[in-house]
Design a protein around this ligand. Sequence first.
Ligand SMILES: [Zn+2]
Ligand SMILES: [Zn+2]
Length: 917
Amino acid sequence: MAGNVCAEEVNNTNVDTVTPVKSVNVEVNYEYTGDNAKVMPDFYIYSGEDKIEYNKELINSNSYVLTFNDTFSKEYNITAMTAGYVSQSQIILSDSIIFNLKASDAYKLGYDVTADADKILDFKTADDILVITSAGVPKYNSRTSEDAVEAIYNYQYKYGQSIPYNNVLMLRQTAVDNIDFAFIVKRGNELKAVIYEKASKTPVYVGTISENMTRVQWNNYFNSLSGENAWAFASLTNAWVAGASNIILQEAAFHGHVCEGTLGGYSIVQALLKYYSPVGASDYYDILGVPGGSDDDAVIYFLDATPGKIGDVGINMRLNGYIGFNTTSTGVSENMIGFIRWGASSGTLIIMEYNKSKITALFEKETGINPKSGSLEELKYNTWWVKNIKNNPEKMADIIYEFDNLTRAQYFELIGDGKTVEARGLDLDYILYLNLPKATRNSASGLDISLSDKQIEQIGVDATNLAISIFKNQKGIDITKDMVDLSVLTSAGYVYLGSSDTVLARNGINKVLGATLTSATLLPIHTPAYKPLWFAYVLRSPDSDILDTVFIKYNPDGTFFVGEFNGSNVADVGINSINNSATVKALSSKFAIDESFFGVQSIGNVWMSHPEFDQLLSFLFHSHACPGVQPGFFITDFIQENFPLGENESYKYIGSSIYCKDDSLIYLLGISPGMGDYFLQKLPGNETDSTYADGAKDEGVLIVWDSNLNIGRAVIITYTSAKLKKVAVNTQDANRHVQIQTYLDIYAKKDNSLVISKPTVESNEEKWITYEQYLELTSGSKDLNALSYLKGLPSVSKEDLLNSMKNNSESNSNSNTNTNSNSDSNANENSHSSANVNNVGVSSNYNNMPQSSSYDVGNSNDVLGSDSEVSEDEGKSYEVSKKSPAKSINPDYMPYVVIVILIVGILVGAGYMKHRK
Ligand SMILES: [Zn+2]
Ligand SMILES: [Zn+2]
């Protein structure tokens, strides 16, 4: 930002060589005076349309001298900016200016509750502090509430002391969720919490949150809260105290709480990466899951195998993805997960599980506690899990099947090709029918590095300082703290270095730059655990399309790789670069290496346009920005507006047409496979062509499920893409970029000349359904197509449906009873599950479903050491009539084109983006 303003053109022979220099004293006072010493303001100076480069000199904590060339000799406009505060502009009339910056509403909320909690808990005397909040995506005064979290980061409980960056956990939430905060201090054995709900600044609870509390205390805790996040707060806190690794806590915040499935999924991934680690650099994993077990969310999180990426990402390659619907009729259970490690031309198929009953029995034997008898028991069970997997992470996972030589055709039979082949998902009948040879496990891995928390944090510090020196030495750019236009994109927090997760590298970045997720200056890009640790420092400017970037990768030997392009370590990854295929090639192979370039350039370019916080989070979850993600924004808004949830209601969704938008949909609608409310069938393309709107897609079936009445309201969600004018660009990357920007404008209701028609969302075939019909909808058995199934159902009124159910159950003596009693909720009358909408009802009913007896889990009793074999008689005959495994596969598997606009060849200069500022 701060250019070198002193240098003069010495060899310039013109007389007029001395440019007058203007100096302005700027004082910035924050509404929260504590921030004067904590954050640094950033400034823009403009003369008319022209942005002026300036030099910033710090006088004391909140006053600066700004110096710049006074070439324009006219009016200058100066803007002061800091995350969480409302930007302010003034005309420079004298040589000193004072800004009194006002905090945003959400910032005030976050700051005030933090200060109040500090008063009650006395942070400075605590051994450790944890904050868990739902703030971020939920709207506060009709804006996303990330500033509330920014305030928590900034709050100093002692001069210069704030809560560590990783000790603030943001729960994944939707726009319409409540804003809650839990502040917890650990002091010796004491674990004390102060909890605020529904954006109130008055606590609803002050007291213990320890698993060692009495039942009376638990009931008091639970009754004091309105319920929604009681289990989230308690389970996260106790896992944190038990020593759960940072990456487990991060995943649990994504999933919504810590539970057996969270920990089981973690253990499964650890086993996978130990015994079936990637062989080639481009190997990736697809997941075959059965929604309903929380382990699905864990494996999706750790492997970055998101549902939206099981569709085709439209970039001539496949990426890690997840597919899963209810395939229990084929002999699998909810806590089984299949992994396809796909190499160049064949795959390895591993099926694992954590054996619930075996592990529960072990816990009961060791502790005498029945984990299902209440929430406090379940907390203790979690703690026991955490301790068990601490030094032996893969301990709780069983490998049930290990197959090799999966062909491409078989691979697409399992995950679907989106065109003609319908996905089978985790169809054990089919898998065993294939009679594949047994796979071979990795030989013991080479060096196993393990780094301390301090060392991991230091890597973040060192990489950042290296980037700062590169900007200075190669570009003369001063990088200072709290710059609004510098963002760090990184795989930190998702990837591992040996056996250490890298969450704390984010703390290192935060320490040096003050960067945070909530100010969009620290953007962790979802990355598979086995990928390298890298950092991309991206610098934008409001009047340019250039994104000056420094890319640094951490090498396992402790050195850094620094990306290089055209002899420089600072490369532009903006539109000019991505519109040139040779440049794209060079940047991906020599600059942002190891397949990181796509995420860096796409998210960097979208960040340049200041997207909404919730949209940015869904791009990060998806691991890149693409126009395929954006329909999820419109669909989520449509659902929340037209099908708001009432009491006892929750969303369930069965995806039929699968592409990137499924990731934004699940992220923003608050559903996921692990919560048992998102199912993914991936039907062939022609089966999702809409019968309701021309050129539209029937994306899937939404169900508003009433867990109290045990019925649901189901609709088909139909989406029509926007029609956009063709733009002449040279590369796919540039084309996607133009579309992303156009969709951002449409979403923000800004005019954009490329728009021919806007996207539309509608719902069709509204039907009331029973639980049995719900099970049909979510199952892949009987070759069921959720869309045509719903269309075929009769229309009955809610009253008629309830009456018929009543008559049925009376005449049928309970054969169809689906109790809503979650197994957790019996002993403690106020256990978490009675209030946790997502866990009530449907998903718990699965536990009561008879499992296929053809499948014998007995052979999985041994923990990993044993080789489990598929015995001959388990390979039972497969009914080919259902779906022919020999169905043809298109060998030139082409990505599904999400948006219909194509590129034509007339070259237009890069200036076309300029208007969008
Ligand atoms: Zn769970
Ligand atoms: Zn995508």
